[in-house]
Design a protein around this ligand. Sequence first.
Ligand code: MSP
Length: 497
Amino acid sequence: MTKNFFITTPIYYPSGKPHMGHAYSSILTDIIARFKRLEGYEVFFLTGTDEHGLKIQKSAEKDNKDPIDFCNEVSDVFRNLSNQLNLSNTDFIRTTEDRHKKVVEQLWGILSKNDQIYLSKYSGWYSISDEAYYAEDEIFEEDGKKKSITSGSEVEWMEEESYFFKLSSFEKKLLSFYEKNPDFVQPESRKNEVVSFIKQGLKDLSVSRTTFNWGISVPGHKKHIIYVWLDALVNYISASNYFNKDQHAPWPADIHIIGKDILRFHAVYWPAFLMAADLPLPKKIFSHGWILSGDEKMSKSKGNILNPIELINEYGTDEIRYYLAKEVVFGLDGKINKDNIEICINDLANNIGNLTQRVFALIDKYYESKMPNTSENYTQNSITIIEPKNFIKCLQNLEIHNYIKEINKYSSKINKYVNDNEPWNRKLNSDTNIKNILNTSLNSIKNIFILMHPIMPKKSEYFLNLLGLNTFSINNLKIDIPVGQVLTKPKILFKKY
Ligand code: MSP
């Protein structure tokens, strides 16, 4: 039976150009998706764009464009980014698509039928940039302007007729859910944040707006536009076609990957909406930290953006994927800069790159680029033996930085093994001995590239194809390259800076 795995990125606001923060959410999600495939899962991997709301309407107006034309253009930029980052997503949803609108309307219908929504009047602070409501104690004043304490974005006073979702009635249910499912939100520090937010008390949530029209109308009440976050969160079930019982993709999602700034929406509002509609909850939410430029979050409004496309053009997609996954502890904030990128790529070249070139050069020279055999009584040196469970554990715990550390540790051991045994030294080694060393080393390098596949898919596929391995899974860690296999020497794998 196929095992399914359903993973999502947040859907991105196409209000500006994609930046490193967006790329980061997507790359890390892709790494997990690819690792699950390596483990044999059928992976449903969803990403997309979040296209409604006042923020997008205003961005379109600024560009003198019709909102849909504006969204078509910018959504394409995000779709292209998925290709440039080499994402293996199986779907790309846009909230302006009919398949999505239909499900949002259906969900609204269920919430109404279940008596979870009522009409009243809203007055309070709203940030267009965050598309979020803030309480009086969540704002401060700076230069005569009211701002959100958490995001620093400007808020404005809003008063209008609005539909409300009965969020307050979910306080106890959510707390009891968190008690029973302590790993639902990870890392744990984020879970604690969520729980203490709920404990402070939940107010009913305004879920419609009447002062603009770019969005999905409340069924039967056209002047009300459904709150953009209610609209956006539903993407996770609209893409899986959940209400079509005959042909829906797997729901619940196994994991939503999100940034810490959108935790409240995913860890409080989303579970409450689903509970209110009697729908299953996602299994896990992982909240990563911010990519910082200097000490600040990278964002358009701060003007400190490192453009992912420029970095990819300069250093390569695989290299940037590797850098972000290795250097930023998954779950914490991480500073990035070009000097560090170069140091990181040089390490890659000196360790894995150098090892590969050396072993290939010798196999080329001594054995006409064919996989040498080992002698009958040869037993593998213990330091070269691989323990797949160590790697699987890191990924299962979502310690992606540690997963890479483990690979590099293994690669360093193989480097040391080659150095210590000097297969180039004919005086020291018999032919049989050289064959044993090269056979073991190349099988180990094969393992390194299999494990690296989720992180650096292009380089890894390129290399494994040269060994005659066109399809592979985690099981190939224990399967040696056949003796006599014709091997093709790789071009330089990693450029040095
Ligand atoms: N549209 C909403 C998400 C709706 S999901 C149902 C949204 N979009 S966003 O484009 O503003 O951000 C998308 C993701 O990018 C979020 O996870 C956010 O945390 C991430 N990043 C944006 N800037 C970031 C950094 N500087 N660093 C890391 N990730 C950050 O929010």
